[in-house]
Every structure is written in C-alpha cells, then in structure tokens.
Design a protein around this ligand. Structure first.
Ligand code: FDA
Length: 532
C-alpha cells in the first residue's frame, strides 16, 4: 500500500473540498458509480476496484459460508468497492454521503449476522478492506502494525516467521478478519494470560465521516476508547491497528481430553465451573459440549471435550492439573508439546497441514449457522447441567449440528476495570457460553432456530441478568435490531447496547453523537446518536 501520507496529500489537493457536502438529490447507483468514477479519476485510482451485480466477480466477493443470512438480511449491496488506496475509501465515503447511501465496511466478513455485507432493507455499498493486509512487526519493541484486511491466520503466520517467543492473543479461527475482531473483542487460547486482542491496541488509524485520517493522537482518547470494543462500524472505517505482542515460551502444551456422560462428564463439568477462572493464568481450559453416539453403549450421550492450552511444558502442567483438577485424570500421553504457532494449527483443527495454510483466507465449508452468547457468574447447578444435556440430546435426534463452548474468564481479564474499554465482561465472570447450531438443508432452518432459542430461553435462570450480557463479536440480532438501519432512539438501541456494553453503552452513545452526529456510519445494531 502506498504511504497514507502521500495519498492523503493527493486527495487533499484534488477533491477534499467536496467532503462535508451532504445532499440527497439522487438515490441512483448510476449516480454513485459516476461520482466514484469521477473521484477515482481525480486521484488516479483504478476503476476496476468497483463491482456491480453485473460484474462476474461481484458474487465471489460476498461471503457465502452461512446461507441462513440470505433470509435474515436479504438485501445485498448494489456496489462493492475493494480499495487499494486510502483515497478510494475517502472517495467512497464522500459519494455515499453526497448521495445519501449507507456504507458497510467488511474486513474478514465473519460477522455472525452478516452486517458487513447485507442489510434488512436499506440500500448500501460495501467498502471491502481485503486489500489492506500488510503486517509489519517490530520484534525489538514487541509491537505489530496490522492492516484491517489481515486475517488472524496471516497475523499468526507473520509473527511466527519473526520470532518463536512472540504471539498475539486473539481468536482461534484463522480466516476471521482483524477489522471486526479487534474492534469488537478478540478472545483466544492465551486470553487468560494475555487478555483480549482489544487490550493490546496501542494506536489505530481511522477515516471519519469527513474523510480525515485520524490516529490515536488526532482522534483523541474518547474515540480511541470507543473503537476498542465498541466495534468500528459505528464510528468510521478503521485502516489499521498497532498492537503490542505477547511473550510466550518456546514450548507450550496442548491437550484435548473428552469424557462422555457415562464417564462422569457431568461431575467433571461441575468441578470445571469451580476452577476454570481460578487456575494458573498460564492455563486455559476451554470446554466444548456436543451430543454424540456413545462408542460404549451406542446410545446418544454428551461429549465434554476439555480443549486446553498451557503456556509452558508438560512437566509443569501435570502437577497443576493434579492439584487443581485431578478428577480429569490428565496423563503425560494426553499432552502434546509444541510451539505457539503450532498450537494455533492444533486448535483450528489444521495440525496435519503445513504452516502456510494459515494464509488461506477462505472459510472452510458452507452451512446454515446461528450463534448466541451468555455470561455465567455463578456455577450452573448439576440439575441445570442435566437439563442442558437434554437439550443437546434432543437436538441430536433431529440431525442438527449442536455445540456449546464454555470459555473460561479470570486471569488477567480480572485486572481490567469494566469501563477501561467498552468491553465490560471482566471480573466476576466465570465463563462465557457460546451456543451454536448448524444445519445443511434449508428445510431444517426452523428446527435449528427453534432449538437455539429454546435453550437460550431455558438458560435465563442460570446466566447473568439485568442486563443479560452478550459478547458483541458473537453478534445476535435476536437481542434487538433496527430493521431499516435508520436512526435508532437511545431507548431502542439500549435493548441490545446494554447487553453488549453494560454501562459503557452510555459513553459509546456520547462518543458517537460527538464524532458522527449525522449517524452516517450505521447498521441494524449500531450505536445511536442522542436526540435522533
Ligand atoms: P466483518 O468484516 O464481517 O466485520 C464485522 C463487523 O465489524 C461489521 O459490523 C463490520 O462492518 C465491522 N468492521 C469490519 N471491519 C471494519 C473496519 N475496518 N472499520 C470499521 N468497522 C469494521 N471471536 C472471538 O473472539 N474468538 C474466536 O475464536 C472467534 N472465532 C470465530 C470463528 C468463526 C468461524 C466466526 C464466523 C467468528 C468467530 N469469532 C470469534 C467472531 C469474530 O470475532 C467476529 O465475527 C468478528 O467481528 C469478525 O471480524 P471480521 O472482520 O472477520 O468480520
């Protein structure tokens, strides 16, 4: 990518005077195309980065890994821009403002409800950041500058080519994009020791509604605070983040131990709830629960898989497990020692692949999917766990793909105050629940959605309340939405805003009102502007 500075100057000298103009004399995409082509011409940008539905490439730019979204948010963009240069992003913002069109920003395209590439009804254009994907690592300073179109896999790969003892605490799926992931959270297998991705952001570059490029200093601490957990999409288009890297030992240990109900899984999960947030912070014991056929009895049962990461060797891990969780019966044979980046492959189920598989940007497979989240602050009683097993086994009979993930909190997450960043789920949470249901045929959609909503309804008695919290990066339109992505009132938006951000929602609204008073950057679940 050419230097931001050069391109900014180029733009300033050619067409910046047009920013700030806002009239709605037309809503035609021909006008938008004409405006964009004109702007591109002025800044010497190639026009083959603009795709209309008539273009064969258009469909390939839209994520297709979750066909459920075709019915949730049926409207697709009338135009996709895949900029290489900042001036092209500025031109897209300018033309959208002049012609009163919404913009959706897409980095990795993994939004659970497709908000980066679809809308319920509002016409819009996509700015697809896939070409902004350079990563530069400063090994000495232990920092990285990461453009938003980078995938987590590319980031992990690049770090590993530089150092064996540097790492980054973010998600497990390598095809997730930095733009959405970092600005909304970023939980991964070293989070109990090193926090979330957003906890590591020390600087950012963002383009605002006026097309100005702001860094931390020029945007100020309020806006910088907001884009570290409040999501980028309500505030502007983030270009890049500068993050601190985490130091890890050369050898880490992973294991995946599975126990069925007939192997005391219920008692193990019960015990897990009492220790998962308290064990040594180098240890992250993640728990996956899914229905399966028991190899022993042939009957439907529940498999509890303790999928874990320890920042150190097996010799140090085994005594910790023996002391804290002897019931699991972890043995040396269960443990695998490896480098941190090999553990990335292990947790992504790619351990039989070469390292450069991390550079693959295409999500594996396509299936109907719905996810939801909850937070747990007091252990779920054993009879509650049994009720959850019934939901899982019931679903198994209908051939849905069901899974619950219990992701432990505690560790360093407890050291941040709830308002240090917009991400409020800190001290007091034992674990986060991720509910997921998948299916392969359209005619299973009703059963899939009914199942997940049924379980979520049941779980109300076991999870945090007032508000019932949710993880912003596991976006869920069930918890509230504005259908036409228009101007949402504070009260309407607080229905979902308080769940994602708790008391930080109010500050997010104030920041939004100050920095985007015309509510240009908006979607079905964006932060509202006061007084609209
Ligand atoms: P996408 O491009 O769809 O963007 C998501 C949101 O961010 C949209 O609202 C979009 O407009 C906005 N946005 C994106 N780029 C922006 C930019 N440059 N400027 C402003 N706004 C921008 N989470 C987790 O914490 N740990 C995990 O392990 C996983 N694993 C995982 C696996 C899979 C298969 C999926 C589908 C998702 C996850 N997630 C996750 C959730 C993930 O963190 C979440 O969906 C992120 O928002 C995805 O970011 P993308 O950039 O890929 O999405």
């Amino acid at each position: 990518m050419a230097s931001l500075h050069t391109l900014t100057l180029l733009l300033i000298s050619t067409n910046l005077h047009l920013f700030g103009a806002s009239s709605s004399n037309s809503n035609g995409y021909d006008d938008f195309l004409e405006c964009l082509t004109d702007q591109f011409h002025r800044s010497n940008s190639p026009t083959d980065t603009i795709y209309t539905p008539q273009n064969a490439t258009y469909a390939t730019l839209l994520p297709s890994h979750n066909p459920r979204l075709a019915s949730v948010l049926p409207r697709r963009p009338d135009l996709i821009v895949t900029p290489f240069h900042v001036s092209e992003i500025q031109a897209s913002i300018h033309c959208s403002r002049v012609l009163n069109l919404q913009i959706r920003v897409k980095s990795g395209g993994h939004d659970y409800e497709g908000l980066s590439y679809a809308s319920a009804s509002a016409p819009f254009v996509i700015v697809d950041m896939r070409n902004f994907r350079s990563v530069s690592i400063d090994e000495k300073a232990k920092t990285a500058r990461v453009e938003v179109g980078t995938t987590l896999g590319q980031l992990y790969y690049t770090i590993s080519r530089t150092s064996k003892t540097l790492a980054f605490p973010s998600g497990v799926c390598p095809t997730v994009g930095v733009g959405g992931h970092f600005s909304g959270g970023g939980y991964g297998m070293i989070t109990r020791k090193h926090g979330l991705a957003l906890d590591h952001i020390v600087d950012a570059k963002l383009i605002n509604t006026d097309g100005e490029i702001l860094d931390r200093k020029s945007m100020g601490e309020d806006l910088f605070w907001a884009i570290r957990g409040g999501g980028g999409s309500s505030f502007g288009i983030v270009l890049e983040f500068t993050v601190t890297l985490a130091s890890v030992p050369e050898t880490v240990t992973v294991f995946n131990v599975t126990r069925m109900l007939e192997e005391n899984a219920t008692e193990l999960v019960d015990k897990w709830q009492h220790i998962a947030d308290k064990v040594d912070e180098n240890l992250l014991l993640r728990l996956f629960l899914s229905p399966t056929n028991s190899p022993a009895t042939g009957n439907i049962t529940v498999a509890a898989s303790f999928t874990s990461m320890y920042l150190g060797g097996a010799r140090d891990l085994l005594p910790i497990m023996e002391e804290q969780f002897p019931e699991l019966g972890l043995t040396e044979d269960d443990c695998k020692e490896m480098s941190w980046v090999e553990s990335v492959l292990f947790f992504a189920n790619l351990d039989d692949q070469p390292l450069d598989v991390l550079l693959d940007r295409t999500p594996a497979g396509s299936f109907y999917f719905k996810g939801k989240s909850d937070y747990v602050s007091a252990p779920i009683p054993v009879n509650g766990l049994r009720e959850i097993w019934n939901f899982l086994m019931e679903g198994e009979r209908s051939s849905l793909q069901l899974q619950l993930q219990f992701s432990p909190y505690g560790g360093v997450l407890n050291t941040y105050s709830d308002h240090e960043t917009p991400f409020p789920h800190r001290r007091g949470n034992i674990f986060m629940i991720h509910y997921s249901v998948g299916w392969f045929n359209l005619n299973e959609s009703e059963a899939g959605i009914r199942w997940i909503r049924g379980l979520y309804g049941y779980m109300a008695r076991h999870v945090t309340q007032n508000p019932r919290a949710a993880y912003f990066n596991y976006r869920d339109l069930d918890i509230g939405r504005n259908n036409d992505a228009g101007n949402t009132s504070y009260d309407q938006a607080s229905v979902w805003g308080l769940k994602y951000f708790k008391n930080n929602f109010k500050r997010l609204v104030r920041v939004k009102t100050k920095f985007d008073p015309s509510n240009f950057f908006r979607n079905e679940q964006s932060i509202p502007v006061l007084g609209m």
